[in-house]
Design a binder for this molecule. Sequence first.
Ligand code: ADP
Ligand code: MG
Length: 477
Amino acid sequence: MEWETVIGLEIHAQLATTSKIFSGASTAYGAKPNTQACAVDLGLPGVLPVLNGEVVKMAIKFGLAVNAEIGHESVFARKNYFYPDLPKGYQISQYELPIIGPGQISISPEEGVSKVIGITRAHLEEDAGKSLHDEFPNLTGIDLNRAGTPLLEIVSEPDMRSAKEAVAYARKIHALVQFLHICDGNMQEGSFRCDANVSIRPKGEAKLGTRTELKNINSFRFLERAINFEIERQIEVIEDGGEVVQETRLYDADKHETRSMRSKEEAFDYRYFPDPDLLPVLITAEDIEEIRATLPELPEQKRQRYIDELKLSDYNADLLSGSRATAEYFEQALAAAPKLADQLANWILGDLAGALNKSEATIDDSPIAPEQLAGLLERIADNTISGKIAKEVFEAMWNGEGSADDIIDKRGLKQITDSGAIEQLIDDVIANNPDQVEQFKAGKDKVLGFLVGQVMKQSKGKANPGQVNQMLRDKLK
Ligand code: ADP
Ligand code: MG
């Protein structure tokens, strides 16, 4: 039997506001437990929530970026359940009338392939607190600093057909919220979380299979692994004559498996109802246009501009526009060396990416600033150094030895273009390699490469290779 996988993702993006969604308490990460939860976050009697206008703007920015309908009237609802990290006994969320309606985003799971994924809705809600199970023996600690932190929950259609597509979609949303400056995207700190709904069905079948929901996934690598594990598990269950049960499963990265957390029978009945403490959010067409005017250039537009105006290859344009940090680095470097778009692209995606990878650093903490890299490429472009010497300068810059000019100066790396000096080297090489010279004169053209190599070696790589080639040829004629 051939099986088809069906995946839908629920993504929680923590909105990058300085204060909470319904109170003035700080949202800063890493504070001492319970120092950033005020009476509103705790749901003490007599308090009233006040909506933070910033979160509405952020949600609308997201909606516009995925071509979604923006709800002109959205309503906050109480989602009731009991849990120690939720002192109010309910979470304020949106249910029937979310702020963002249907939209879509296109993904590229592999080079040359593109696919549109539907976005069902995106709604605003508050986060709950955190239970700390490892701090005290036999006790659970509760930290309510996170209670009331604004979240945008982005729900996709069940449009993905493989773990790879799910990861491409999650990465695309991850990049987008960072381009929009509405979420810092930090998965380790939980600012960007993915739950994956997974089911299988016989290939060709239209009806959806029973799904499980995978939680506790905090990296793209784990997202791919968890989904692939779950697909295998479901196929095995069904092929063994069993049935997949609808349930929530936790992904355990250490054991690389998913295990049951709660089944449908234990699922909460949330008893949603509109929160009487909060007014409906009314958004006019004018509000939307005002926010549209503040949208930054989005990845798709950047990509197109890189191809059309900067003449970059599709491949390079794709990679550079794929993350906000990389695009910003590239554009800063380009501002310093406007004519060197292509060279910058190649160095950023080649040598710089390689060095960053090796030291497990991100481009945000690159020891080489964009302007410095631009400075280096300027020196290649004006023939001060060769591409080969540039690698040495790059390494020195990486180690903090200063600008390209400083390093070239200090190490005496300036390319020899003085033809008198090169001629001297050529004469030496001709005198020392009579056999090869004979062979060349006898018509063995390939030997020239060897002779050029000898001259380059004598110059410690500093002679201009093109010039050496030409002069050597002239001499041997
Ligand atoms: P809930 O709110 O109970 O989690 P939803 O109907 O809102 O349920 O669906 C949540 C997510 O699950 C959505 O992303 C949706 O696309 C996805 N989904 C729904 N049914 C299936 C299925 N049979 N297989 C895979 N994903 C599914
Ligand atoms: Mg769900």
